[in-house]
Design a protein around this ligand. Structure first.
Ligand code: F6P
Length: 361
């Protein structure tokens, strides 16, 4: 007979490493003789019709190496606590009460909420309303404050690098300019790390607004110096110097503009202004799919085990975090108060500039 019952759920966009966290939670809970249930479809699983699975160690056998989440997830629905660029949305009290009734009815003492900035904001609101939540930061975007990194990021960056390796061979054969649009929302981490490791000549990120004319100059200068291929990585949230984003849908899900289309814009602009044959590839959800890298398996497992430690220590309303090479914890509120962005004068940006990468500024 289990001495305690806890729950785990995955919320927001999926990413590689989620299953490693679930497995870590289940194994660590087994050491305490706790039973774990997994709500399906994110927080929505707590609402009628209530959906969950009993997760014992057998149920998580062999899942660490799988991408996605065995519990399913959603980045929309009735638990959205953040809209667009950080605007808070207050959860409906009736929804919170229903979730509480579900947890009480099932005898669940704590919920491990694995999610990004928006989903952790939900965990914070539930905590403020008396539910024992523990946060686990996940996102390929790596934009969560109070943790040096999130699992999923390394897998996404690996996807960018693999893709760039392939795109470079065809770009070079045809002496073309290649634009690669990557995800990351309002942060440039994927573009910065992927671009550096993939050998980009230009990286465009939201944190360093770019002047289209300067990007064209880079292509022309390279051509004049005998470099006939230019690799340009563009973050989906990259901004022009006038501060404007390119969006594919002004009113996307959750009422926020859906980012996307900047790659095509940059490619067209280069072709028109330089005459250079240019192609654009949008990597899209390839960056979120597939198996987690070893780094993400290790980070995910470590976070899962640490989440159970937080429950054992009664540190509710806290999020596990990776800082100064250690797994630690921080209040969820500190992690969701603002996004973690690339600092334009950071070492990483300096390293990029050091090897001649241009940012269009
Ligand atoms: O936050 C993760 C992320 O993949 C972003 O990088 C991207 O902008 C967004 O989610 C895409 O969301 P969706 O899967 O709803 O298209």
């Amino acid at each position: 007979m289990a001495s305690k019952r806890i729950a785990v759920l995955t919320s927001g966009g999926d990413c590689p490493g989620l299953n490693a966290v679930i497995r870590g939670v289940v194994h660590a809970a087994a050491h305490h003789n706790w039973e774990v249930i997994g709500f399906t479809d994110g927080y929505e699983g707590m609402l009628s019709p209530v959906r969950y699975r009993i997760l014992d160690t057998g149920a998580t056998d062999g899942i660490m190496q799988l991408g996605g989440t065995i519990l399913g997830t959603t980045n929309k629905g009735r638990f959205v606590a953040k809209i667009g660029h950080g605007n808070k949305a207050t959860l409906d009290p009736a929804i919170i009460n229903e979730a509480k009734e579900t947890l009480d009815g099932l005898g669940i003492e704590a919920v491990v909420c694995i999610g990004g900035d928006g989903s952790l904001s939900t965990a914070q609101q539930l905590f403020e309303n008396g539910i024992n939540t523990i946060g686990v930061p996940k996102t390929i975007d790596n934009d969560i404050q109070a943790t040096a990194t999130t699992f999923g990021f390394d897998s996404a960056v690996s996807c960018v690098v693999d893709s760039m390796d392939k795109l470079y061979t065809t770009a070079r054969s045809h002496k073309r300019c290649m634009v690669i649009e990557v995800m990351g929302r309002y942060a440039g981490w994927i573009a910065l790390h992927g671009g550096l490791a993939g050998g980009a000549d230009v990286i465009l990120i939201p944190e360093i607004p770019f002047d289209p004319a300067k990007v064209c100059e880079v292509v022309k200068d390279r051509e004049a110096n005998g470099y006939f291929t230019t690799m340009i990585v563009v973050a989906e949230g990259a901004k022009r110097s006038d501060g404007s984003y390119v969006t594919k849908d002004a009113q996307g899900r959750k009422g926020e503009a859906a980012l996307g289309g900047i790659g095509d814009y940059v490619a067209k602009m280069i072709a028109e202004n330089t005459g250079k044959e240019t192609r654009c590839t949008v990597l899209g959800h390839l960056q979120r799919g597939g198996d987690p890298t070893a780094t993400d398996r290790i980070l995910g497992t470590s976070f899962g085990v640490a989440a159970v430690d937080l429950i054992a220590g009664g540190k509710f309303g806290h999020m596990v975090s990776f800082r100064n090479e250690k797994i630690t914890s921080v209040p969820i509120i500190d992690a969701v108060s603002h996004l973690k962005n690339v600092l334009p004068d950071s070492q990483m940006v300096k390293t990029c500039r050091g090897v001649g990468i241009k940012f269009g500024d």
